[in-house]
Write a protein that binds this ligand. Structure first.
Ligand code: OXD
Ligand code: MN
Length: 605
């Protein structure tokens, strides 16, 4: 046990008791209490280099950068092995796998028993959110993975900030993690919201193992947020300064690997001078009503865990530059000069490299060099566009909320909800084509309300009601918009330029927030007129723009049927207001596709 043990974290009776209990079950050789110091990081890194858990990248060119190769079957979140264990099944809802808490413990106790024999048990106190913030929450992760400790040090505030925030309180999330034997057969990520506890075994992958992130800051936090009157969301937070030097903040919910990090680090196009973008967060937002009737948001994380493939100077120059230092790469390819490479890198494919599993790779190989869900883990402090408000304990006031997804057809580039209730409906009916961030088939359309389907720690019907309740308490609620950067034409070509040019859409959104912005009312909401989105210097034709903004009521008939399934799925937990929105949409669509002579005849009968 290190120096911290006597005077630091283990002096806390609640943590001590829990550590003792876990140690009795997992039987580690050694317990090390992490203090978050640089010396500790260097020691852990040296150990990882010795064991092969990390490979040093070219330290001249990329100081502080390392490569980690995971077990080949442990490369993404495993939603089918993720459970919410509430006393009543209905409280977890149809959106979660469920197990009674006692059964979950009985199932996992044998797996954890003796799991840390021959290993060190690390005790990692961490703070989600800035020190001194009413938003912030403390967790303690116990893990037997050095890679997890090093990653937690990037993604959360480890050591003294957590202990100071906790003080004598026993209010901390108990996050227990072991690699176990890494077998998918013995892998479970169990959440116990009623006990503010997570047990995760059998995976070292970020979303399954860095328990401050999806497990605590979304699943357990969403449960707590409902109790306490706030929202824990799968959202980026972007600051935009307009040419008049007014600051605006936008929060955006998008499913995993749909471009949140790129949008959060947006670089304004040169054709729109005077705009400045700053990054508050790229994955998680905690939002609370403020005394001024607005919604305030902060990012509880302190680092970025981003998808590497596709990251380049074109798509995200800020991220590309950011990951040249102090970054842990997971599952990318390695070039002979000790630098990483991936599909979508600015550099052409190397003549020879090692793929993400360390096997010889050439451009003739049929497999990808980097895993499609390979990741970077980088401190927020490395991000050149990081907002000066990043550490503000009050967060930032949100002007607009975006709900976005990956949809090739039907969904226009952008449209605006009529009010908060309609906006909640737009979020609740979000669907997206699946990506490599979770195991399973890629490109399949699935329902993903508020981009929270895999992360809502309770019954989503109650979650929708909570959204309505939070909105009802705001006198100046954010305006809500649906966006879709991914619409294609009949031959599969993306119609929208995306990346930097998304600012053009955000500009219209901010105009709408200020009471301007030209729009036409459609059955789904207010859509920009053909000339409303600034296309200065952009080669998107009128025809493509018209296609991007098209709302074809006939295409929406199918959507209504899908929404009906969602309504059924949540039964009487689905708020009445959202049923009413669904029926209203069905009525509007029906009216739009019914030939006028039929309407006349119906009226005559
Ligand atoms: C993530 C995810 O890692 O959503 O952020 O899967
Ligand atoms: Mn995410």
């Amino acid at each position: 046990m290190n120096r911290m043990a006597e005077k630091g974290v283990l002096a806390h009776p609640g943590i001590r008791k829990w550590v003792d209990e876990v140690a009795a079950m997992t039987r580690p050789d050694r317990i090390l209490v992490c203090d978050g110091s640089e010396a500790e990081r260097d020691e852990l890194t040296a150990e990882c280099l010795a064991t092969g858990e990390l490979i040093a990248l070219n330290q001249q060119r990329m100081p502080g950068c390392y490569l980690h190769r995971s077990a080949p079957h442990d490369v993404a979140r495993t939603e089918h092995l993720t459970y919410v264990c509430t006393a009543r099944h209905d409280d977890a809802g149809p959106n979660n796998n469920w197990m009674p808490p006692a059964d979950a413990r009985a199932r996992l106790t044998p797996l954890f028993t003796g799991a840390m024999q021959g290993r060190t048990m690390y005790v990692v106190p961490f703070l989600m959110g800035p020190p001194g913030s009413r938003f912030s929450k403390v967790g303690v992760e116990i893990t037997d993975s050095r890679y997890v400790v090093l990653s937690m040090r990037i993604m959360t505030r480890v050591g003294p900030p957590a202990l100071e925030h906790l003080g004598a309180s026993d209010d901390f999330t108990r996050c227990l993690h072991s690699l176990g034997d890494l077998s998918p057969e013995r892998r479970f990520i169990m959440h116990f919201p009623e006990q503010n506890t997570v047990w995760s075994i059998g995976s070292g992958y970020g979303g399954n193992a860095l328990l401050g992130k999806k497990c605590m800051a979304l699943r357990l936090a969403s449960w707590l947020a409902r109790k306490e009157g706030w929202l824990a969301e799968h959202m980026l937070i972007l600051g935009l300064e307009d040419p008049q030097k007014q600051m605006h903040y936008i929060a955006g919910a998008f499913p995993s690997a749909c471009g949140k990090t790129n949008l959060a680090m947006l670089v304004p196009p040169k054709e729109l001078p005077g705009w400045k973008a700053t990054t508050v967060g790229d994955d998680i937002a905690w939002l609370r009503p403020g005394a001024d009737g607005r919604l305030w948001a902060l990012n509880p994380e302190s680092g970025f865990f981003g998808v590497v493939p596709g990251t380049s100077h074109k798509t995200n120059p800020t991220a590309f530059d950011m990951i040249q230092r102090n970054t842990i790469y997971t599952n990318v390819a390695l070039r002979a000069d000790g630098t990483p490479w991936w599909e979508g890198h600015d550099d052409p494919p190397p003549a020879a490299a090692l793929d993400w599993q360390g096997r010889a790779w050439t451009p003739a190989s049929t497999e990808k060099a980097a895993h499609p869900n390979s990741r970077f883990t980088t401190p927020a402090a490395e991000c050149a566009s990081l907002s000066p408000e990043f550490e503000n304990p009050n967060g930032v006031p949100i002007d607009a909320i975006l709900f976005g997804a990956r949809r090739q057809r039907r969904i226009p580039l952008v449209y605006q909800a009529r009010n908060w209730q309609h906006g909640t409906f737009l979020g609740a009916t979000l669907s997206s084509e699946t990506t490599a961030a979770a195991t399973g088939k890629v490109g399949v359309l699935r329902r993903d309300p508020m981009a929270m389907w895999p992360f809502c720690g309770y019954n989503m019907g109650d979650y929708f009601q909570h959204w309505l309740d939070v909105g009802a308490g705001l006198t100046r609620p954010p305006k809500i918009f649906r966006v879709n950067w991914f619409r294609t034409n009949a031959s599969g070509r993306y119609l929208w330029a995306g990346f930097s040019d998304n600012l053009r859409v955000l500009k219209w959104i901010l105009e709408r927030c200020a009471g301007g912005g030209k729009a036409v009312e459609t059955v789904v909401g207010a859509v920009p007129t053909l000339d409303a989105i600034d296309r200065t210097g952009l080669t998107v034709s009128d025809a493509d723009m018209a296609e991007l903004l098209k709302v074809d009521p006939a295409e929406w008939v199918e959507a209504i049927a899908g929404q009906e399934e969602l309504m059924q799925m949540f039964g009487n937990r689905m708020p009445r207001e959202l049923r009413a929105e669904h029926e209203d949409l069905a009525r509007r669509i029906n009216a739009a596709i019914t030939p006028p002579d039929l309407i006349g005849r119906e009226g005559d009968e």
